[in-house]
Design a protein around this ligand. Structure first.
Ligand code: SAM
Length: 251
């Protein structure tokens, strides 16, 4: 009897370990994030990929976002970022568009401290504190009104989350962007069902092995999804490291 109890408790511990491992895997959404080591507090997280791509993305944004404060009417345009990660992107963009209000968001609340750190350190003071958004839900759950968002931005989420998140992103853009407003997405994409080059093929395979619901999305599928949600692809920009920035416009 004692032996069986011991066996059961060992089995219980083993099962718990397995569950914990899979939970931490679920939380690991593929961002390699480290704590800041440049004399900042522990709250500041650094994603090496965001560090590398934030400036190339900024150069694209400068072509599409109104930065001249004289051209902006009464209220600051709202730039809503979905899945802000560490918060590095908004903090890099915001000082270049002082007339725009940046709203970071995350589904992973453990990242709020870092996003908040970056938001509070912004010299132009135009970044709101992060809010919780699971993009699979309607933005009205989080207090947004239809047709109220001027820009939506999303980097590196579509391939590293179930396709429902991509659907949610486009459905929300279709409803909550103002007419003729833009959604800008960044990441690796395939074209006509073909993934190139080999590094992206390997990346896609590694994503699938970690979670069969993840994977590089095809631009053709996204264009169909966009059309179903009154959005059109108006520009594609090749980016370093075989990524792309896609510009979507609400009809
Ligand atoms: C690879 S990280 C990218 C983070 C950041 N955008 C960047 O480029 O550094 C993927 C992000 O997608 C977010 N994410 C996953 N599922 C989500 C969901 N359902 N709604 C919103 N964000 C989600 C994760 O929390 C994570 O921050």
């Amino acid at each position: 009897m004692v032996k069986r109890l011991r066996m059961n408790s060992r089995l219980f511990i083993f099962v718990r370990l397995l569950i914990n491992r899979s939970m931490s895997k679920t939380n690991d959404v593929g961002c390699t994030i480290s704590q800041g080591n440049e004399g900042y507090t522990d709250e500041k997280l650094i994603s090496p990929s965001a560090t590398r791509n934030k400036d190339p993305i900024l150069q694209v944004l400068k072509r599409f976002i109104i930065s001249d404060t004289d051209q902006i009417d009464d209220e600051s345009p709202l730039f809503l970022e979905i899945s802000s990660g560490t918060g590095q992107h908004v903090s890099h963009f915001a000082p270049h568009f002082p007339g725009v209000k940046f709203q970071p968001s995350e589904v992973d609340k453990t990242l709020f401290k870092s996003i908040s750190y970056y938001a509070s350190s912004c010299s132009t003071n135009n970044i709101n504190q992060p809010i919780f958004i699971d993009i699979q839900n309607k933005l009205s759950y989080y207090g947004f009104e239809e047709g109220s968002v001027d820009y939506m931005f999303n980097a590196n989420m579509m391939h590293i989350s179930p396709y429902e998140c991509t659907i949610g992103l486009f459905e929300n853009a279709g409803v909550y962007l103002k007419p003729e407003a833009l959604m800008i997405t960044y990441g690796p994409y395939s074209k006509d069902g073909v993934i190139t080059p080999q590094s992206n093929i390997s990346f896609h395979a590694s994503l699938k092995s970690r979670n069969p619901m993840w994977g590089i999305r095809d631009i053709n599928d996204l264009v169909k999804l966009a059309e179903d949600n009154n959005l059109s692809l108006i520009d594609t920009v090749e980016m370093p490291a075989n990524n792309m920035t896609l510009i979507w416009k609400k009809d």
